[in-house]
Design a protein. Structure first.
Lengths: 355, 246
């Protein structure tokens, strides 16, 4: 279960949230109202040089405590409550707040890792959760169906060039604000349909690199794995995808020698980063990746034996990735091209680049 | 009779279809269909249902008799456990098409997805048939117990792919898959092997393709003017030794 949808304009043109809301809502049958969320890129052009921290506060009084903590580590340029309205079915468990911050000068050469460490510190306080921490982007999530969550956050006020959306149907852990998708760290956000049976292995592997899992749900590891593989270890998207969804050994044996050597090396180096179990995911990245031109990427990927659906489509300069074709057709009646990517092979859309 | 599906919930749309059928309507056209699940499920008798748009998952599930034509692509689970009738898809089919199908026909103009024909079976005179004009994904005919699957590889909307995916006919113990052209042995899963077509096979395949070509306006001779490969089980009990000690 669960529904996923990503829409990206490759020329970086901003478009309203209404498209992503309409598309994701068409798949309400795939979720049960226990989690909905969105990631949006291009949100804060005025503050694009600052890390935008979206923080869920269990209690609004925690705000001062979090502010004090932030002041110890970063410069706060501006902060404000993220506007919400009452939505009947959504319990007001958290107050969302945004902080625009930058890193003190002596840490700027390792600013990204510095921000991750800070986010992990705040998450481990128990009452506050950093749900996104990238620049010029943000995550909005809560309990509820996706359209209810959109209403809660007044998303129709926002425009972005890249959107992710998720409707949750929790199967193994409880539904709560933090457990809704997307999961996000720095400029990476991820929406996931499926379940990760290798969660324990992945979690321990990530802990050895300083990541801490605090959302009580499997999908969280995907955001950190992508950050580790693509940003820190600088793997090309295609190889990072081979790590998450590697070919079987019998397939590797049939590969040409050069490729076989690469894939074998990846399996040996990143064995504990392999993601086992069914998944369909869409990953958004807001900054240019190593070896990739442009200002962002969207990647769609399914597990290596395709136990979850993923359909892609393209119309002019816009690319769509979804659990169901009908979600795309709801917002784009006549795509130029609709296709089902092969299992374990990434579909990549680049902002200012080619698919 | 014409029904505009537009943004109707599937429960409402299917209720309207059911009411019409109860009232004796034998020909229905559903327009602006987008994502509505379970269309034509459990319907019986000689109905004709034309669908414009993208019908949702489990189209024609448990269907017994009607002819459903989709002018567009279908989603996952077409013809799930259907008993008889015909589903014609003018675009692509997706994953688990023909899942546990036990009779009737599914004709797809373009590609089909993963696990097509999984668990399909024959019962007495009921022989389920799937024909894909394009390519098929991995695990085609997985645990197949009966019936016929034909993959032509003629129309291909996927960006790149071979005519068959990997692990074809894994665990197959009945029925046959016919592929237009040669098949690399490495594509086959455990329990299946390649065989030359017998005269009976050729007659059966040609008979089905004649109907398929009529439906899509294709030239039969150019479709059958190629070698076909037959994939069939090596044994009726491929896993006999797995759970029992004899």
């Amino acid at each position: 279960m669960c529904s996923i949808l990503g829409i990206v304009n490759e020329n970086g043109k901003l478009f309203s949230a209404n498209y992503i809301i309409e598309g994701i809502s068409l798949m309400n049958e795939r979720c049960n109202g226990l989690g909905g969320g969105f990631a949006a890129y291009g949100l804060y052009p005025e503050y694009k040089d600052y890390y935008a921290l979206h923080i869920l506060l269990k209690d609004v009084e925690l705000k001062d405590q979090v502010t004090e903590m932030l002041k110890d580590y970063v410069n706060i340029y501006k902060d404000e409550e993220i506007e919400t309205r009452n939505v009947e079915r959504i319990p007001q468990d958290y107050t969302p707040w945004r902080f625009f911050v930058d890193v003190p000068e002596r840490y700027t050469n390792d600013a990204d890792n510095y921000i991750i460490d800070l986010a992990m510190k705040i998450n481990s306080t128990g009452g506050a959760l950093v749900i996104s921490s990238g620049k010029n982007m943000g995550v909005f999530k809560a309990i509820g169906y996706p359209d209810e969550v959109a209403k809660l956050y007044k998303l129709d006020n926002y425009k972005a060039y890249m959107w992710l959306a998720h409707g949750r149907y929790p199967t193994n852990t409880r539904g709560w604000w933090g457990g809704a998708h997307p999961f996000s760290i720095l400029d990476n956000s991820i929406v996931h349909n499926g379940e990760i049976t290798s969660y324990g292995t992945n979690k321990r592997f990530l802990e050895s690199y300083g990541y801490k899992c605090s959302y009580f749900t499997d999908s969280e590891v995907l955001a950190y794995l992508w950050d580790l593989l693509v940003r820190r270890h600088k793997l090309p998207i295609e190889l990072a995808s081979e790590v998450l969804a590697p070919p079987f050994w019998e397939q590797i044996e049939r590969m040409p020698p050069e490729r076989r050597r690469i894939i074998e090396a990846l399996r040996m180096t990143y064995g504990p980063a392999m993601v086992n179990g069914p998944f369909g995911i869409v990953i958004a990245n807001g900054s240019g990746l190593t070896g990739v031109a442009g200002n962002g990427t969207m990647v769609g990927l399914s597990d290596r034996i395709k136990l979850r659906p993923l359909i892609c489509a393209r119309k002019n300069d816009t690319t769509f990735m979804a659990s169901e074709e009908s979600a795309i057709k709801a917002v784009c009646k006549n795509p130029d091209n609709v296709w089902a990517p092969r299992a374990g092979e990434p579909t990549v859309a680049m902002v200012n680049g080619d698919v | 009779m014409r029904i505009v599906a537009d943004y109707k919930h599937y429960k409402q749309l299917n209720e309207e279809v059911f009411q019409a059928v109860q009232a004796g309507v034998a020909e229905l056209t559903l327009e602006d269909v987008n994502g509505q699940r379970f269309i034509a499920d459990c319907l019986t008798g000689k109905l004709k249902i034309d669908i414009y748009g993208t019908p949702g998952n489990d189209l024609g599930m448990f269907m017994d008799g009607p002819t459903v034509t989709v002018f567009g692509n279908a989603q996952d689970g077409v013809g799930n456990t259907m008993s008889s009738g015909k589903i014609i898809i003018h675009g692509d089919g997706r994953d688990i098409l023909g899942h546990s199908m036990r009779g009737g026909k599914i004709f797809v103009h373009g590609d089909v997805g993963y696990r097509v024909g999984i668990h399909m079976k024959t019962y007495k005179s009921n022989v389920p048939i799937i024909v894909a004009g394009g390519h098929a994904g991995d695990f085609l005919g997985e645990y197949m117990a009966g019936g016929m699957i034909i993959v032509l590889g003629i129309h291909n909307s996927a960006k790149k792919s071979e005519i068959l995916g990997d692990w074809v006919a894994t665990g197959q113990h009945g029925g046959a898959i016919y592929v237009r052209g040669n098949v690399d042995e490495s594509k086959l899963g455990n329990g299946a092997s390649q065989f030359p077509l017998t005269a009976d096979d050729e007659i059966a395949v040609k008979k089905v393709l004649k109907e398929y070509c009529q439906v899509f306006g294709l030239d039969l001779e150019s479709v059958v003017d190629s070698e076909f490969t037959k994939i069939a089980p090596l044994s009726h009990r491929p896993y006999a030794a797995l759970y029992t000690s004899e």
